[in-house]
Design a protein around this ligand. Sequence first.
Ligand SMILES: [Zn+2]
Length: 81
Amino acid sequence: MKGTPSKGKRSGKKTHVICRRCGGHTYHAQHKECATCGFGATKKIRRYSWQNKRFFGAFKGINLKRLAPKSAKGRGNRDRT
Ligand SMILES: [Zn+2]
């Protein structure tokens, strides 16, 4: 089964817990590997050029507030002042 009945098997087990390195709720408790930063799988921080400009360094040295307000709005920056 792969529909609603099989979802009952998931009870009691956590797949992802809070990651010690990145703080995200993405550390796989059984695989011992973080889906966001790669903690447990690699010593380096898991990152890709396609994922975020902030990680890649495209906006390094650029004051984002001087750009258009839309581009200054990043992840986790939800409150608009
Ligand atoms: Zn992590």
